[in-house]
Design a protein around this ligand. Sequence first.
Ligand code: AGP
Length: 660
Amino acid sequence: MCGIVAFTGTNQAAAILLAGLTRLEHRGYDSAGIAVIYPDRPELQLTRQAGKVAKLAKAVVREKIVGTCGIGHTRWATHGVPSEANAHPHRDCSGKIAVAHNGIIENYARLKDELLRQGHQFSSQTDTEVVAHLVEHNYNKLAEAAAAANGGGDDIATGNATGAGSNDTGTSNANANATGAGSTARADLAEAVRITVSQLSGSFALAILHADHPDEIVVTRNDSPLVLGCFEGGAIAASGLPALLEYTRDIAYIEDRDLAVLHRDGQIDYYDPAGEPFTPSTYHVDWTLEQAEKGGYPDFMLKEICEQPRVIRDTIAGRFDEATRSLSFDELPLTDEELANIDRIVIVACGTSYHAGLIGKDLIESWARIPVEVEVASEFRYRNPIINSNTLVIAISQSGETADTLEAVRQARRAGAHVIALTNVLGSQITREAQTVLYIKANLEIAVAATKSFLAQVAMLTLLGLYLAQERSLLTGPQIQELYGEMSKLPLQLEHILADTSAIERAADSCVAAQTALFIGRGVGATTCYEGALKLKEISYLHAEAFSAGEIKHGPIALIDAEAATPVIVVATQSTTHDKTLANIEEVKARGASVIAVATEGDGRIAELADYVIYIPPIRECFSPITASVPLQLFARHIALARGCDVDQPRNLAKSVTVE
Ligand code: AGP
């Protein structure tokens, strides 16, 4: 999704905007741009490029962009092809107002028709440009009212715009021909934006500046993420934390349709949708910039895979009390009676988070004996689900900003359910919409493909399943203690797997030229396969599909091409259905498949059947998704690199899907 950075202060804005946009690159984008107010005159410098931020940076140097008040943007195209003309920031007719936007203005067509009728001239196909012209319209109305109230005099005449000049890099010294009234007095930019926001529907995070207001930037949001902070050099706002971490770790968020005005002196003023000032809650995040960097790894994905032992350790730490031999979830405000009345759990999520939910289902049902349904949020929100006050809804979202999952949360709340948000990002939107928040401790996850956040989600759901069983007296203290003790071995087991990846790489090398790959397993082994297949296809673009091993005979086995020796990856770790899985291996082998098995150390039989075996340490079946997933992550990454793919920023994907 798009990335926004806004800065005003004493530092040169361009450098801060470019650095911030670079740290948001993982959000996925196709073009980028910045707008900076000249330090010595009420005009904008605008530079936009189709392509990467590095290309924009060259244009900024070439154009000698200077000034301490500016906004920047990386665009993920939703309306209009990726191009310089459609890149943000977008300007109004006067060329004095610039807007950077993340989201979708759903009523932009109607607004654009009205603005065209009023004589506004548009230069792009985007929904965003409507905001620039709407702010211009509201600003001019306020200015005219102010001028009339002052007896027609202009407190500060900004004069008519002069002709626009633009050159071949899409850089132009602003000032297109103005529409509407002639010279206009200054108005209250924040008020003009506030009025504009009341006219918009859809999702947006907006950063708006006006050349006549060189010391301030107005930001606002609705559904789309925005985080704010200040430091001695000024005030900054951005779509995500990485853009701020270099300057401050004390941050604030605003609610839907709130406004914030960033001032040059580092002061930020906050207003609610009615224009009333307020003081927001602030958070101190302990994510350092280094954590946002690669830390010596070749890519963020490998860095994050290798962080998984610590992530599991941090996620389970502090949950078990040795003295009482019990698990605690103090975040969960449900009384014993409310917990006892839960007759159904619904897990809603998307993508990898959905796969974590599938694993959570198996574990919660087996221990707590509560029926669990797992739903893709984009389906859940449109099918009038059966939810009531005895339903516990668990919404899983690493980013906490996925549009479909957020809407599912709102629906579940309206239906009276208690909603738990399981997320990785402090203060993200989902944390402000659910009644309970369970933070996984995966730390900043930059790579688009989820890895450590997935394992942390599974670990948290495992603990939650044990906790619910404990609270329903279905597991005793000693049993909880034994299971928690096994979970505590997981970090060491992951380190063992990470210490020698040669078998994984050999198996992966055999698949680099494959056209398709099948994944099969049983029970939690099957759900582990779903995530393994997603990892492979989303970063290597190699088609992959996962099935319950028992299903392979009911159709998918036709996909095995003996000539191509179709790779079949089998999660065949120790389990109650291990023998059945071995039989499935023999079935696919008989049809010419090349079998890659993830198996438990000491399993001699598997070596007789499989072409490649990736051994992992023995662990109780219920915890095996955590250990078996790591080889599949590394397997996918190795193939992707061999196929020349960008494992951190796969094509067409974004880290957080904040539009539906
Ligand atoms: C996972 O590798 C993908 N990046 C994607 O499927 C992701 O899990 C999905 O978009 C959900 O994101 P969320 O967890 O932030 O809601």
